[in-house]
Design a protein around this ligand. Structure first.
Ligand SMILES: [Zn+2]
Length: 303
């Protein structure tokens, strides 16, 4: 059963009072026109996929609302993405960062396993992973010229992108996705009063059980980066672990299904997997925790 605020919807950020700072930082990176266009364009791309699941996607665009957040909601077969100008106006948020927020909200609807416990929505980390592994690739994958242009002024370190992707177009897409993630991670860092996350750092914490609420800023940055690095191909028609597919939400079977379309450490992926700072696999990893240092070393060598 769901309760409004915690159960009925999933958000991009924990509850916060940043709305009180709205318009106090000068001009924003995202205009009202971009806010509307970006939201509509991404939601339109997923509309046919929602129909496959008997749902209708609805974008609610509240530019004048100062709330620094965004929500995914489901009411019957209406799947909503609720966007607020207060988030888009934050100085940390670039147009691409904002697009990634829309992607994150779609991730709650379409990302599948791992889910929030007893909830229709994918876990926060999963929505982040979907945003860069699946959504960013779909919305920016064909914009090769723009990606190349943006690559000239990239913010984040790119050795990891270069190590995984051999094709320059793929590398440029990886840079763009990573930079969008960095924009959001910086907002998260500002929100939590945390050390500013970076593409060079990594959250070394290892959870004992998958965390389904909002991870810390660096952990989310790690997830954005890993999503951008995962070479496994997602099947857009599938919501892995969705009970309607018989896989059953947060079960080992659902995890195995998710593993078909993403990178799992258990399948020996050394990059691109859901980071251990929020994700703990249910299925036995081929390399257990004892080998974690080896994996870490390999991963860090990509920097
Ligand atoms: Zn969320």
């Amino acid at each position: 059963m769901s309760v409004l605020g915690t159960g009925a919807r999933a958000s991009i950020l924990p509850k916060n009072d940043l709305d009180q700072q709205d318009n106090s930082f000068g001009p924003s990176n995202v205009t009202e026109e971009q806010f509307n266009k970006i939201t509509d364009a991404i939601v339109d791309m997923w509309q046919p996929l929602a129909q496959l699941h008997g749902a209708k996607l609805v974008a609610i665009k509240a530019w004048n609302d100062s709330t620094v957040n965004a929500y995914a909601e489901q009411s019957g077969n209406e799947w909503r993405v609720r966007m607020f100008g207060g988030l888009a106006r934050r100085q940390e948020v670039t147009a691409d960062g904002f697009a990634l927020v829309v992607c994150h909200e779609l991730g709650h609807h379409f990302g599948g396993y791992a889910y929030k416990d007893g909830h229709w929505a994918s876990a926060e980390g999963e929505a982040d992973y979907f945003a860069t592994h699946v959504c960013a690739r779909r919305i920016w994958g064909t914009s090769t010229e723009k990606n190349a242009q943006l690559a000239q002024n990239r913010q984040g370190l790119t050795n990891a992108c270069d190590a995984v992707w051999k094709d320059q177009d793929e590398r440029n897409l990886c840079y763009r996705t990573t930079d969008a993630g960095l924009s959001l991670a910086r907002l998260l860092g500002a929100l939590g009063g945390e050390t500013m996350p970076s593409t060079e750092s990594r959250d070394m914490n290892k959870v004992e059980r998958t965390v389904t609420y909002h991870p810390r800023a660096q952990c989310r940055m790690d997830t954005y980066l890993h999503g951008a690095l995962c070479p496994a191909k997602f099947d857009l028609k599938v919501i892995p672990g969705n009970p309607s597919a018989g896989a059953g939400r947060n079960t080992p079977e659902a995890e195995a299904e998710a593993g078909k379309y993403s990178c799992m450490e258990a399948a020996n992926f050394q990059v691109g997997y859901r980071p251990r700072c929020w994700f703990k696999a249910l299925n036995e990893a081929k390399f257990g925790d004892d080998d974690g240092d080896l994996l870490t070393r390999n991963w860090r060598n990509l920097w």
